[in-house]
Unconditional design. Structure first.
Length: 425
């Protein structure tokens, strides 16, 4: 029995005693005197000021930690130094990444699959960028086809939003994504609402997944309840289907044996545990995964970023002035309460949001190490570390805004048209 099947069944056991899986996990944790983090596609919550305990999450989800040996193998096979997201443990967990590297080594084809439901506002925030920045890098390293799913259907089902609005937002988000620099010759971006209606092969795969998974199982995996609409209950099949190469006949023809690698935040793992469980039964390879940690809100790792709270993050539409004000005003500080105290005791990088954001956006390892040393020792002040971050984010956001202006409707249309992609493998 596969690990995934065991995980699914374990959750089903919980349901038999009439509890939701989450509630029972919390009860067990309460007995341990230590509250479990809640991580699923809709909720990320922790009571610890240090944020989510990712090592515990790996054990609970049954994935594998990315260790030095894997990074060494990655570098040896691809000839690329691992991205700073990998070096710093931001992408920290995986499933079957070794198999993908083995295929790359043997020059056998595979593809990349990622996605986004996008924000409720028309703009994405910098946290949304993390999986995309990483996926773009993987595309450059591997030179393989990439498919990006925009789940306007998911958004319609979960939010108070008209179908037409959700669809329109998908196109706005696509422009932000394109502005990160994806190669149009290697990338297909699709809105579920549009693509599913035009591609019988995709819909057929959805049906196959739907036939394989029972209501009890999705309840166990996702915690759906009796009053959730049936659209939500069948949605996991939509997110599963792009994992299968024959869902994209324009790219892969009728080939059904090309596996994919999915970069995503770890909260998306439940979808792909389910996918990996059904894949062999449908005669398809299991998708491989590479998981990231969560991007913290300005207010601290304990709080959740929310697209509806403009002060909880930096948005791609923010002006340089807004970026400066938000970071100075809202970024949670691990520094001392007074300059004297800070000089004496130093800052706490583990909780300091300016430092945390620098680990995401400052590529230079030496400078980052220097800031850590200077800030922890109290020689560098909170205002000074914030200033470094402000400069980096202002530059990054301005560059994306500039590139977004060059995304014409023709270019958008090309990215979103099913077509043959042009890659080495
Ligand atoms: N459900 C994801 C979200 O809410 C969107 C998504 C669809 C996705 N397919 C994916 C994310 C594949 C990562 C990988 O944003």
């Amino acid at each position: 029995m596969s690990g995934e099947t065991e995980a699914v069944n374990a959750k089903m056991e919980d349901l038999k005693v009439g509890e939701t899986s989450q509630a029972s996990e919390q009860n067990n944790a309460a007995e341990d005197g230590d509250k479990e983090d809640v991580v699923d596609p809709w909720t990320v919550a922790t009571s610890s000021s240090k944020g989510i305990d990712y090592d515990k999450l790996i054990v609970r989800f049954g994935s594998t930690k990315i260790d030095d040996a894997l990074l060494e193998r990655f570098e040896k096979i691809t000839g690329h130094k691992p991205h700073h997201f990998l070096r710093r443990g931001i992408f920290f967990s995986q499933r079957d990444l070794h198999l993908i590297l083995t295929r790359y080594e043997a020059k056998k084809p595979f593809f990349l699959y990622t996605g986004s439901r996008g924000p409720s506002s028309t703009s994405m925030h910098v946290g949304h960028l993390i999986p995309f920045i990483f996926t773009k890098w993987l595309q450059d390293v591997f030179d393989v086809p990439l498919v990006i799913q925009l789940t306007d259907d998911e958004k319609f089902l979960w939010k108070d939003l008209k179908a037409e609005e959700a669809n329109k937002l998908a196109y706005e988000n696509a422009k932000d994504i394109i502005a990160l620099g994806f190669d149009v010759n290697k990338t297909f971006i699709f809105s579920d609402m549009n693509y599913i209606a035009s591609c019988p092969e995709f819909y057929r795969n959805m049906l196959k997944v739907q036939k394989c998974v029972t209501y009890n199982q999705v309840k166990g995996i996702f915690g759906f309840g009796d009053s959730d609409c049936i659209g939500k209950i069948s949605f996991p099949a939509v997110q599963a289907s792009p994992s299968f190469s024959n869902s994209f006949p324009a790219i892969f023809g009728t080939k059904k044996d090309i596996p994919c690698l999915i970069p995503c935040a770890i909260d998306q793992d439940p979808y792909f545990r389910m996918t990996r469980d059904v894949a062999p039964r449908l005669g398809y390879p299991k998708p491989a995964l590479i998981h990231s940690t969560f991007f913290p809100a300005l207010q601290g790792a304990q709080t959740k970023m929310s697209a509806s709270d403009p002060n909880s993050s930096i948005f791609l539409t923010d002006t340089p002035k807004q970026i400066k004000t938000k970071i100075n005003k809202y970024a949670f500080s691990g520094g001392g309460t007074s300059v004297e105290e800070h000089r004496e005791k130093g800052g706490n990088c583990d909780v300091d949001i300016a430092y945390q954001y620098l680990t995401f956006f400052l590529e230079d390892d030496d400078r980052l190490a220097e800031f850590k040393e200077e800030y922890s020792s109290g020689r560098m002040l909170t205002g000074e570390i914030k200033k470094e971050l402000i400069t980096i984010l202002q530059k990054m956001v301005a560059e994306i805004q500039e590139r977004r202006k060059t995304v014409t409707s023709d270019l958008l249309k090309e990215f979103m048209t099913p077509r043959k992609l042009n890659c080495q493998s």
